[in-house]
Design a binder for this molecule. Sequence first.
Ligand code: ADP
Length: 162
Amino acid sequence: MSKGAIIYPGSFDPVTYGHIDIIKRASKNYDTVYVSVLENSKKSPLFTVEERVKMLKDVTRDYDNIIIDTFRGLLIDYAKEKDVHMVLRGLRALTDFEYELHMAQTNYLISQGTLETVFLPTDLEYSYLSSTTVREIASYHGDVSKFVPESVAVSLYKKFGY
Ligand code: ADP
């Protein structure tokens, strides 16, 4: 039976083990997983979209049903373009919940009930982990090897010149 496709959108600035855990679990449960990097002009990211895509491709290269992509504008428009009706988000803690609930309800409403959101609770091991924390630690030349794969750590070290 076809399990369909799902879009996992986010900033991934940079991708962490927390994201990777969600991506791997999704890849087992859906035929195709679009990991879609949002080009958001309002945020000033550490890594360019191209750099984030490259890191994501690198860490997911062993999975053949994961597609790394980018989008700008509204998620509902991007989902329509891809003909995908499911969005995936990870939930770390209660603090994520309110924002994520509003996003999911809004997308459902403005898509006229055609775009559903599913949540995967984070693995306990990564529930503390965020890209923001990783960027902060790396900015002080700290060790990020417990939070991101080697290739991402190297990109962070290069970015911060150590
Ligand atoms: P955004 O800026 O859209 O929140 P992120 O790249 O920070 O993008 O996160 C993308 C998605 O991954 C969100 O659903 C977020 O809750 C989830 N996520 C982030 N960090 C983790 C983690 N450590 N474990 C599980 N899910 C996570």
